[in-house]
Design a protein around this ligand. Structure first.
Ligand code: SF4
Length: 508
C-alpha cells in the first residue's frame, strides 16, 4: 500500500478544485437557461468563471471545503486500519497545502483543530465487497447547503402546498418544499439526494448516498425515474433561481431512493447540495494503493471549461463604487438591485466573531465599515498571508446578533450570501446600512479581488476561518439585496416563489 496515502491526497485535491464533468454539464445547462442580463445570470457568470479559475489555480472551488465524507469498499482481508490512518494523514496534508479549509471545530470548546481532524471528522464508511480492487468515493459538502437538509415526517402540512400524504404526490410536495425553503441559502442551483422511508438517521445517510449518483443517470425504478423527472421540471419553475435571486435555474439534479420503514414512520429526507457539488472517486490497486481508474471523470480528456475565453462577469459601467469608511448619506442612497464595486478595507467576521463582538469591544474601529461574512482559506508564506479562497458564508446564522452589532459599532454594510431576516432589515433602516450579496461559493473569483491582507485579529482565539481578517478589496462586485428603505429582494423572492408553488396545482 505504498501509494495509498498519495492516492488519497490526489483524490482530495482533485475533489476540492475540479468539479466532475456531469456537474459541469448541468451548470452549462443552467448558464443557457438563466437570462444573462438578470442578477441570477450575472451570479452564474461569476460562478462559471470561478469554476474555471479553480482548475487553473488548483485552488478550492469554494472556501467551505465541507465535511470530507469517504465511502470505501475493500476486498476481504484488506487492512482498513492502515487505510484509515493514511486517509487522516492525507486530510491533514491537504489542509496544510490550502486545498481544504480547517473545518473541524470542537463542539464544546469551540477550538478549531487546525488540520480537519478530530472526533467525527472526517467521516469514513468502510464496506467489504467481492471485487479485488479498492473503491474510494469522496464528497465535500459545505455547511451552507448542509444546513438546508431537511426531513419530513408525513403526513404533514407544508407552507403553500397543503397536506403531504404517504404517497408519490406527498413525496413530491416534500421535495418541492425542500427546494423552496432552501432559497439561495444553500447556494442554488443545487442538487438533492432523497431517501423515502428508513428511520431518521438512516434517512439522512441514504439521502446523502444518492449524491454519489451522476446527475445524468436514470433511476432503475421506473416510478422513481418518473418522479425525479417531474420534480426537476417543476422545481425549475418555482423561480428561486441562482443564489435565490429569482430565475429559471434552481435545481441541477434530483436523485431518489426508497428504503423500507417502520409501519408507524414515513420519513422523506432531503440532502441538499449546492452548485459546488464536489464529489469524485477512484479505483485503487489493493496491493499498492495506486490509482487504476478515476470515477466520474476521465483524466485523459481535457477539462471542459464553462466559460469561453473573454466571457464571464462583465462590468457595465453602471456599478456604484464604495470605499469604506462609508457615510450614512451614501448608503441610504443605495437601492435593492444596485451592483456595487468595493475598494479599500474589508473586514471579515462570522459566527464566532459575532458572538465575541456581542460581549467585548471590537479589536478594530468598525465605524462606517463593511463586515464580510466569510471564513477564508489562508496560506502563510515567509510570514506573509495569502488569500487562497474567500467567498461569502450564509448570513442568516448571524440574524440573532446583527442588529445589535450594527447599532453598537456603526457598520454601514454587512455582506454575505442568502440574505437576512426581519430584525436585521429593521436595523438597516433605523441606522442607515445595507446588506450586500456576494456570490456564494465563488471563492477563487473573490480571492482575486482581495489582493492584500492588512491585518488579522483574534486569530489565536478563533482560528483561521473565524478570525477577523482585514483585506484590501479591489473591484469586489456585490449586489444590494436589502436596503435602508425596508426593501428585501429575499422577502420578495420567497413570496413570489411561494405563490408559484400554489399555482402549480400540487397544492390542495
Ligand atoms: S457553494 Fe455555498 S453552500 Fe456550497 S459549500 Fe460553498 S458556501 Fe457552502
Amino acid at each position: 500500500m505504498q501509494f495509498f496515502r498519495e492516492s488519497m491526497l490526489e483524490l482530495i485535491i482533485q475533489t476540492s478544485t475540479n468539479l466532475p464533468p456531469d456537474v459541469r454539464q448541468a451548470m452549462k445547462k443552467a448558464l443557457e437557461i438563466e437570462k444573462p442580463q438578470t442578477q441570477a445570470g450575472q451570479a452564474l457568470a461569476i460562478i462559471g468563471e470561478n469554476i474555471d479559475m479553480a482548475v487553473d489555480n488548483e485552488g478550492p472551488i469554494c472556501q467551505d471545503t465541507g465535511m470530507p465524507t469517504f465511502e470505501i469498499k475493500t476486498p476481504v482481508a484488506a487492512n482498513q486500519m492502515v487505510m484509515r490512518k493514511q486517509i487522516l494523514e492525507a486530510i491533514a496534508e491537504a489542509t496544510k497545502r490550502g486545498k481544504l479549509r480547517p473545518n473541524s471545530v470542537d463542539s464544546i470548546s469551540g477550538k478549531n483543530s487546525g488540520n480537519n481532524l478530530g472526533p467525527g471528522t472526517p467521516i469514513l464508511h468502510f464496506e467489504q465487497w467481492e471485487e479485488a480492487d479498492i473503491e474510494v468515493r469522496l464528497i465535500l459538502k459545505g455547511g451552507g447547503c448542509e444546513n438546508k437538509n431537511i426531513q419530513y415526517s408525513v403526513p404533514c402540512t407544508l407552507d403553500h402546498l397543503g397536506r403531504a400524504d404517504r404517497d408519490l404526490e406527498g413525496i413530491k410536495k416534500c421535495v418541492l418544499h425542500a427546494v423552496w425553503q432552501a432559497q439561495g441559502q444553500g447556494c442554488a442551483p443545487g442538487a438533492i439526494g432523497v431517501c423515502i422511508g428508513s428511520d431518521r438517521a438512516g434517512g439522512y445517510h441514504l439521502a446523502k448516498l444518492q449524491l454519489f449518483r451522476t446527475l445524468d443517470d436514470v433511476n432503475p425504478d421506473p416510478a422513481l425515474a418518473q418522479l425525479e423527472q417531474e420534480i426537476m421540471e417543476q422545481a425549475n419553475k418555482i423561480g428561486v433561481g441562482t443564489m435565490g435571486f429569482g430565475g429559471d435555474a434552481s435545481l441541477i439534479g434530483c436523485k431518489l431512493a426508497a428504503a423500507n420503514r417502520l409501519p408507524a414512520s414515513y420519513f422523506v429526507t432531503v440532502a441538499y447540495d449546492c452548485w459546488a457539488f464536489r464529489r469524485l472517486g477512484v479505483i485503487l490497486d489493493a496491493e499498492s494503493g495506486a490509482i487504476k481508474k478515476w470515477l466520474y471523470r476521465d483524466p485523459s480528456r481535457p477539462v471542459e471549461r464553462l466559460m469561453a475565453a473573454g466571457t464571464g462577469f462583465k462590468l457595465t459601467g453602471r456599478e456604484i463604487r464604495l470605499e469604506p469608511p462609508l457615510s450614512e448619506e451614501k448608503v441610504r442612497a443605495l437601492k435593492v438591485g444596485d451592483v456595487v464595486l468595493l475598494n479599500g478595507p474589508l473586514v471579515t467576521g462570522r459566527d464566532a466573531a459575532h458572538s465575541y463582538l456581542l460581549h467585548h469591544d471590537s479589536p478594530l474601529d468598525l465605524n462606517g465599515a463593511i463586515l464580510y461574512h466569510c471564513g477564508p482559506v489562508m496560506l502563510q508564506q515567509n510570514g506573509v498571508w495569502r488569500t487562497n479562497a474567500a467567498g461569502p458564508t450564509t448570513s442568516i446564522r448571524e440574524e440573532p446578533y446583527e442588529a445589535d452589532i450594527i447599532r453598537r459599532f456603526g457598520l454601514r454594510a454587512v455582506m454575505g450570501k442568502g440574505g437576512m431576516g426581519k430584525k436585521t432589515l429593521a436595523a438597516l433602516q433605523e441606522f442607515g446600512a445595507v446588506y450586500l450579496h456576494a456570490i456564494g461559493g465563488a471563492a477563487q473569483f473573490y480571492a482575486r479581488c482581495l489582493p492584500k491582507v492588512h491585518k488579522v485579529f483574534l486569530l489565536e482565539e478563533l482560528g483561521v476561518p473565524e478570525a477577523m481578517w482585514v483585506f484590501e478589496a479591489r473591484d469586489f462586485p456585490a449586489i444590494v439585496t436589502m436596503d435602508a428603505h425596508g426593501n428585501s429582494l429575499h422577502e420578495e423572492v420567497a413570496t413570489k416563489t411561494g405563490a408559484e408553488l400554489e399555482k402549480m396545482g400540487v397544492g390542495d
